[in-house]
Design a protein around this ligand. Structure first.
Ligand SMILES: Cc1cc2nc3c(=O)[nH]c(=O)nc-3n(C[C@H](O)[C@H](O)[C@H](O)COP(=O)(O)OP(=O)(O)OC[C@H]3O[C@@H](n4cnc5c(N)ncnc54)[C@H](O)[C@@H]3O)c2cc1C
Length: 370
């Protein structure tokens, strides 16, 4: 394979929300950069709920108009059964920032990529990272798309590859994993439209998330522990039983239409790097800090980390020595606050405290005493 040789100040690996937000800020600061994205087309990733508190960040990044597209729907609150048998309603009407959004995630990803075209960010679509090594000065990466490969040198490489943190892994930097939660995610067809709200319900083996997807479908996710996951042939039966064990989830949801091939199974726990940057590299989004979906904070955190990382890298390249330390401080503070809330969220569910999912959910988190 023939290999082109290229140079950018910053190479971003991964074109999801974190990678794109980093590129928006680097472009605004006039720093040369590129994005390398493994997928040839935007994909429908898991994760769609955007709480009202995300809206100021979208404004800050100059991308609030993306939310107005008819593919995305406003949503007005949560109904949840957690910690007691009651079904509790939280309405956003009293919220400072109004309603949240249920994103059409595939469309959102394609909107983000169109932004990259508009701001003329070089976007290597369908290229996968093959190799990364220190180049003295800077860092060198090899990328390939099956037909040709390219060799790129940069001052910095940004790991925006999501939970797998592929750049860090290749550099030998491990993530700390806090739990072994997995999600089983699928959609069902609706007989009639449902209220635009999110349903959450805890049961003995995990918890359910349900949200309308347009007027005709519902996104369903069941979160459980890795060692409770069913074998592939038992997937549908497992989900039907978990649905049967709920008290409040709409019983009109017809899980008999679900086939094993429609169910995506993926890790969905909490993990973090010890330090989100090092010699000529920096991590953003899930690659740096992956959040439990109960927080609905993953997309917001990915965009926020890109925002701060873009500024920190621009400042660092302009000679500001403490820029990366500031980035670390902001990200760690947010993550510590999240860990506290996460611990209390799961600790508030005592109904099955001896059950294998709920028991000792977070042995590594030591909440501060009041
Ligand atoms: C089941 C589940 C439910 C969730 N629900 C919510 C929710 O309701 N609300 C919310 O805010 N968040 C939710 N999240 C989290 C949210 O989806 C993520 O936090 C968010 O996508 C992180 O963005 P990112 O840019 O860091 O990573 P990603 O979106 O994962 O993007 C990483 C990109 O890197 C590319 N890539 C990976 N490896 C390579 C490589 N080697 N070379 C080149 N490219 C590569 C991938 O193709 C991908 O496009 C959920 C997550 C899960 C698993």
């Amino acid at each position: 394979m023939e290999s082109d040789k290229l140079h950018y100040n910053v190479s971003i690996i991964g074109g999801g929300p974190a990678g794109v937000a980093t590129a928006i800020m680097l472009a605004a600061r006039g720093v040369s950069h590129c994005i390398i994205e493994a997928q040839p087309e935007p994909t429908a990733k898991a994760g769609e709920a955007l709480p009202p508190s995300a809206r100021p960040l979208f404004r800050q990044l100059g991308i609030e108009d993306l939310l107005q597209h008819t593919s995305h729907s406003p949503y007005y609150g949560n109904m949840s059964c957690w910690g007691s048998n009651e079904f509790v309603q939280e309405e956003f009407i009293h919220h400072l920032h109004g309603h949240g959004y249920l994103l059409n995630r595939q469309h959102f990803e394609s909107q983000l990529q169109s932004l990259m075209q508009k701001q003329a960010t070089k976007f290597y679509s369908a290229y996968r990272l093959q190799h990364v090594e220190p180049a003295n000065p800077g860092i060198k990466i090899e990328i390939a798309n099956g037909v040709c490969s390219k060799s790129i040198t940069s001052d910095f490489v940004v790991d925006a590859t999501g939970r797998k943190a592929s750049v860090c892994r290749r550099l030998g930097i491990e993530k700390e994993v806090y739990d072994d939660q997995f999600a089983l995610s699928f959609r069902v067809k609706l007989k009639e439209p449902m209220a635009r709200q999110i349903y959450i319900e805890a049961i003995d083996t995990g918890w359910w998330y349900a949200a309308p997807f347009g007027d005709k479908e519902m996104t369903l996710m069941f979160f459980t522990a890795k060692d409770l996951l069913p074998t592939k042939p038992n997937t549908v039966e497992f989900l039907q039983e978990a649905h049967h064990n709920t008290q409040h989830m709409p019983k009109s949801l017809d899980l008999s239409q679900v086939e094993t091939s429609m169910v995506k199974v993926m890790p969905a726990g909490t993990s973090s790097l010890q330090v989100p940057y090092g010699e000529n590299w920096l991590a953003v989004g899930d690659a740096a800090y992956a959040y439990d979906p109960i927080s609905s904070y993953g997309i917001t955190s990915a965009l926020a980390s890109g925002y701060y990382a873009g500024h920190a890298l621009s400042d660092h390249l302009a000679g500001q020595r403490d820029a990366l330390v500031t980035y670390r401080y902001i990200m760690e503070k947010a993550f510590q606050g999240y860990l506290e809330k996460l611990f209390h969220q799961y600790d508030s569910e005592k109904r099955w405290s001896d059950g294998s999912y709920w028991k000792n959910r977070f042995p590594k988190i030591q909440p501060e005493s009041p």
